[in-house]
Design a binder for this molecule. Structure first.
Ligand code: FES
Length: 180
């Protein structure tokens, strides 16, 4: 998708400094710099932010907007347009399945269906006890390790349906919090 940014939409303020104290902002800032803050890379950057933070909260969206010199309202609008982005906190744990092309070819769909069955929810939902949210993410760029699943933001490569189900069962069955 091409993102069309209106000419007067450059964020008026200087980029915000990377916040001290939350080490997740620094790698996100590196991703923004790698894309040179180009508006066309916004979806990829939001995806990267969600993988790291679990959801796209207001402060995080504002951070992205400032670093990319875009209006916060525009970034918020893009984040709300796509179903893969979550603007609210999810379950205590997050299980994010990459549905990019390579992961899909390598069995991500089958893996996702196995997770949906094991958790009794569909992608985009949270278990009734609020323990796990199952989400879809776009390719984070680690295709050489496909299929990739993130458990609370930790990437597990070459994932299989059996091992994925086993990991979330550790969260579901006895609260022993074994995953990943
Ligand atoms: S398609 Fe999944 S990591 Fe690239």
């Amino acid at each position: 998708m091409t993102i069309h940014v209106p000419p007067a939409s450059v964020h008026p303020s200087a980029p915000a400094p990377v916040r001290a104290g939350d080490e997740r902002f620094e790698p996100l800032d590196a991703v923004i710099k790698r894309h040179q803050g180009k508006p066309d890379s916004l979806i990829e950057i939001l995806n990267s932010a969600q993988v790291r933070f679990g959801f796209l909260g207001g402060e995080l969206l504002d951070f992205v907007a400032r670093r990319m010199r875009l209006p916060s309202s525009y970034v918020f609008g893009v984040a709300t347009f796509y179903h893969m982005f979550s603007l609210a906190p999810k379950g205590r744990h997050t299980c994010d399945v990459c549905m990019g092309t390579t992961c899909s070819v390598k069995g991500a769909r089958r893996l996702l269906e196995g997770l949906e069955r094991a958790m009794g929810i569909r992608a985009g939902e949270t278990t009734a006890d609020g323990r796990i949210s199952l989400q879809l993410v776009r390719c984070p760029g680690t295709c050489g390790m496909a299929p990739v699943v993130y458990y609370d933001g930790v990437a597990i490569s070459y994932e299989t349906t059996a091992s994925a189900v086993k990991r979330v069962k550790g969260w579901l069955d006895d609260g022993s919090e074994r995953a990943p």
